[in-house]
Design a protein around this ligand. Structure first.
Ligand SMILES: Nc1ncnc2c1ncn2[C@@H]1O[C@H](COP(=O)(O)OP(=O)(O)OP(=O)(O)O)[C@@H](O)[C@H]1O
Ligand SMILES: [Mg+2]
Length: 245
């Protein structure tokens, strides 16, 4: 099976003389969760940014659905069906929750050949994210951390991407809310969405992903199917990452 998203030989960084990613090759296959794990500063978020246009690779290529999308503007990727839930917020804090949901959807409606019913999309989303209904008029920036994360997922959900890049969705959240986050990811996959998941909860990433990559100091140092990562997980990950934790 060929991958929906492929990164091949990508070297990337923020300064001309420092490469944060070095010759990274990976594939994200359609209809499943692919996991990416690594220590703080390994380059996981940088890899996400290089995949979705926020950082142009210095070398190598990114292919999506058979087309070369290396260095394409991020909004063009959203038009093509790639969603991105970044580690930091992507919300407009001074706008209402409703506008945060409506504006990207209206943009998508303008770029689509066939009609898209904005109202129906939001109503359908509220079935899965019922707690958002009473917050629609609130300012996004006034929501709690957990509510903001819920809004991020709801915003991605209404756009119905084929592929969603999800970077550290549970970081800083109470365990109960983190559990909800993982349910939303399950909801996305149940709808047929393809996911690339980065999370500091290594055990959870291994449980949820069918294929896993380990990134260490900007290089892919291990990869395999879930069964290759189960068992004595702690011991394996410790040796892959080359550290004690
Ligand atoms: N905007 C930036 N400008 C310059 N350097 C950056 C920038 N963002 C990240 N870096 C550096 O790139 C390296 C990789 O950072 P990155 O955020 O990709 O790691 P990460 O694996 O996502 O870490 P974490 O687990 O903490 O989220 C780090 O050394 C970091 O300091
Ligand atoms: Mg990160």
């Amino acid at each position: 099976m060929s991958a929906l998203l492929e990164m091949s030989g990508v070297t990337a960084g923020y300064a001309a003389d420092i490469d944060v990613l070095r010759n990274v090759t990976l594939g994200v296959e359609a209809g499943r969760i692919t996991g990416l794990i690594g220590l703080n500063g390994a380059g996981k978020s940088t890899l996400m940014k290089a995949l979705c246009g926020f950082l142009r690779p210095k070398a190598g290529a990114v292919r999506y659905d058979g087309a070369d999308v290396t260095g394409i503007a991020p909004h063009r990727l959203i038009d093509r069906g790639i969603g991105y839930i970044p580690q930091e917020s992507s919300l407009f804090p001074y706008m209402s929750v409703a506008d945060n949901l409506r504006l990207p959807l209206e943009h998508l409606a303008r770029t689509r050949a066939q009609a898209l019913d904005v109202r129906a999309r939001i109503d359908e989303m509220l079935v899965h994210f019922p707690a958002i209904r009473e917050k629609l008029r609130a300012q996004a920036g006034d929501l709690s951390g957990g509510q903001q994360k819920m809004l991020e997922f709801a915003k991605a959900y209404v756009l119905r991407p084929r592929l969603c890049l999800v970077d550290e969705p549970s970081i800083g959240l109470a365990p109960k809310i983190a559990t909800e986050v993982y349910h939303w990811i399950d909801l996305f996959t149940a709808q047929g969405m393809t996911i690339l998941l980065v999370d500091h909860n290594v055990r959870r990433v291994v449980q949820m992903s069918e294929y896993i990559y380990v990134l260490s100091l900007g290089e892919i140092t291990a990869q395999g199917r879930r069964k290759d990562f189960e068992g004595d997980l702690h011991e394996q990950v410790r040796s892959w990452l080359g550290v004690n934790f």
